[in-house]
Design a protein around this ligand. Structure first.
Ligand code: PMV
Length: 314
């Protein structure tokens, strides 16, 4: 018998305003959900499990299995699961976390589980571990809760504080420096290698990143962005010292600085080719947009602070 079911759940992509990599070492991170979403649609079919996804299909398979196991449930008949996404892949915009969270959410709806976002987040974190090895959990948390988050990893648990932003934010522009060749897991491992070999030096960079994140969060809390350009530039310098910014992204960022703006990579980064999206800030956003057009760079106009995982049918 075919189960009469049809569910549609979505989760947003994200940017890390400050704190990538250092968040893995227990420092805080400031994150925002962005208005590009990933959708998981589930429909009951006669038999078999059919998962349709562009990429990464193996992660979709794993997310499905892991959630089923976590909930200790069996499928009656079969399922067709279709994934469609507006989030660019391998750009530091949290596409894999959005997939994990939306898959868990969709299966929660299918199995009629109570909509417990903390539990959805815990299961999504286990899925993220398969993809990234030693993730902080910040990506799945922002995809789950949405808005703006102050996030800190505490061993196996998270300290998550939503930030209330009820004022008009400065305009940010995301520029694409290209797809990273390395996975997030590889970039996290690279930093870990550096930490093992140059402990004191890497420790100093991570501490400084932690302080920059605190100051950046304070700009957002107080709605005072006077210091933001200085903080973004310092943030980028520290990420470069950490060794996660590629040449191409570095060059783009120097040009933006020359135009009076500030920019940083946004996520795990990448050194062999692209480093994902670059978060750019200028008092006049038009300067960045004109620059992007002139340089023929792809840019993403984004709205920050959107809703986390949600049932699109309710
Ligand atoms: O996967 P990305 O590019 O969004 O980067 C995640 C952020 C890192 O700090 C590099 C890793 C982590 O787990 O926090």
């Amino acid at each position: 018998m075919v189960e009469e079911s049809n569910f549609l759940v979505s989760a947003p992509g994200k940017i890390i305003i400050s704190g990538e990599h250092s968040v893995v070492y227990g420092k805080p991170a400031l994150l925002a959900a962005v208005d590009r979403r990933l959708f998981v649609k589930i429909r009951g079919i006669e038999k078999g499990i059919k998962i349709i996804a562009d990429e990464p299909e193996d992660l979709a398979q794993y997310a499905f299995q892991k959630t089923k196991e976590a909930l200790n449930k069996k499928i009656k008949g079969g399922l067709k699961i279709k994934i469609s996404s507006q989030i660019p892949v391998a750009r530091g915009m949290g596409s894999s976390a959005a997939l994990a969270v939306a898959m868990v959410g969709a299966l929660f709806r299918y199995f009629k589980e109570p909509w417990d976002k903390n539990l959805i987040n815990r299961i999504a974190y286990q899925i993220e571990k398969k993809q990234h090895g030693n993730p902080s959990g910040c990506d799945n948390s922002i995809a789950c809760f949405g808005g703006f988050l102050w996030f800190q990893k505490r061993g196996e648990s998270f300290k998550i504080r939503p930030l209330k932003i009820d004022f008009r934010l400065p305009e940010f522009v995301l520029l694409d420096s290209g797809r990273a060749k390395e996975t997030t897991g590889e970039m996290v491992a690279l930093v870990n290698e550096k930490f093992k070999v140059q402990k004191a030096e890497t420790g100093r960079i991570l501490d400084s990143l932690g302080r920059v994140t605190e100051k950046t969060a304070s700009c957002f809390k107080k709605a005072n962005f006077a210091l933001l350009p200085v903080l973004i530039r310092e943030n980028e310098r520290l990420l470069e010292e950490l060794g996660v910014v590629g040449k191409k992204a570095g060059k783009i960022i120097r040009k933006i600085e020359k135009l009076g703006g500030a920019a940083k990579i946004c996520g795990a980064g990448g050194i062999k080719q692209g480093s994902g999206v670059i978060l750019c800030y200028h008092q006049e956003a038009k300067v960045i947009l004109d620059f992007a057009k002139k340089q023929k760079l792809t840019y993403f106009p984004v709205k920050l602070g959107v809703q986390g995982v949600r049932d699109e049918k309710n």
